[in-house]
Design a binder for this molecule. Structure first.
Ligand code: PSU
Ligand code: MN
Length: 306
């Protein structure tokens, strides 16, 4: 175990960093009950970590535990993350460290901040947050987008969650200067669905991603890169029923009158319930698939000695 400033890095992750071995950072909100129902959340965490190991990299789960930002969680502490009900986004990160929070599940935005501070270049999740429908009234857009603009990390995901305003999410990423690339696809993926029908540049080689990252570094630009990987075909949900389901979940969320950070967990829960269990295996499959791509990219960074 080592520390970088106030970040505590597990023995396995700090060894990998000093040996120059590939490391893939993971968030923890998706593995908490805020992201996936029990016991699928444990299954998801286990599968992601072992997929990363089997493919030749080290997994570095981020979280806040006992007031410390963490990079790399040993299995004896998994339970604390799995049962966590506190969502920690980038704004909350510094506060939860100051107040000695016992446990906080980091979202994409907080995880990117932790990964970047420790020099980790590749991060993997299911779906990022983005611009919510009704943004012009609510002003609700995810801190994940700003974090992508601020931290030099490649974020591998299956796109943004399909219940968001995807065209506006892409517009915002453009405004923030974040390159968005499709992994063997020229359509921005829509989480449970392979395509949102929104065009993005396609990339099929991890070395290209490393090159783009280097170009940003050469120019002194701050941002990371978003890589969208479509859910494997056999796990894709039926587009017609999914869009209808998402509409119902959005209407239900609106009726409850909730706002802020509770919106995303509520919609995820409604989709899981209403899809009669189909959305959860799809979520697990896309997480595992993203982990494989993230390892490939992490290995390419190591080979190019960026
Ligand atoms: N996508 C999922 N499950 C999740 C999330 C996204 O399928 O749990 C989480 C991620 O941690 C993401 C966060 O960073 O939701 C975004 O929340 P918000 O919309 O409040 O920014
Ligand atoms: Mn929000």
């Amino acid at each position: 175990m080592t520390h970088v400033g106030k970040i505590r890095i597990s023995g396995e992750v700090s060894d990998a960093i000093s040996n120059g071995s590939p490391v893939v950072a993971l968030e923890s909100t998706v593995f908490s009950t805020l992201g996936l129902p029990e016991p699928s959340n444990r299954d998801a965490l286990q599968r992601c970590i072992s997929t990363i190991h089997e493919n030749g990299a080290v997994a570095a789960v981020t979280a806040v535990i006992d007031g410390e930002a963490r990079l790399g969680i040993d299995s004896n502490e998994w339970d604390r993350i799995l049962s966590c009900e506190t969502k920690v986004a980038s704004r909350d990160l510094v506060l939860s460290m100051a107040e000695g929070k016992s446990v906080g599940a980091t979202t994409v935005s907080a995880s990117l901040a932790i990964a970047a501070a420790a020099g980790i270049k590749v991060f993997c999740t299911g779906g990022i947050g983005g611009v919510h429908h009704g943004y012009s009234e609510s002003g609700d857009l995810s801190a994940d987008l700003y974090a992508l603009a601020r931290h030099k990390v490649v974020c591998v995901c299956a796109g943004a969650k399909a219940f968001l305003d995807l065209p506006r999410t892409l517009e915002m990423l453009e405004s923030l200067g974040v390159p968005v690339l499709g992994w063997n696809t020229s359509d921005f993926p829509a989480f449970y669905l392979r395509s949102s029908k929104l065009p993005i540049p396609s990339v099929k080689d991890p070395a290209t991603i490393v090159n783009i990252f280097r170009n940003a570094s050469t120019l002194g630009l701050p941002q990371g890169i978003l890589v969208g990987v479509p859910i494997p075909e056999e796990h894709e949900l039926d587009p017609k029923t999914s869009w209808a389901l998402i509409e119902r979940a959005l209407a239900e969320a609106k009726e409850t009158g909730i706002s802020g950070p509770e919106v995303t967990p509520l919609i995820l829960e409604t989709v899981a319930r209403e899809s009669h269990g189909k959305s959860v295996p799809a979520n697990l499959a896309l997480l595992e698939n993203n982990a494989i791509v993230a390892v490939e990219i992490a290995k390419a960074f190591q080979q190019r000695l960026v």
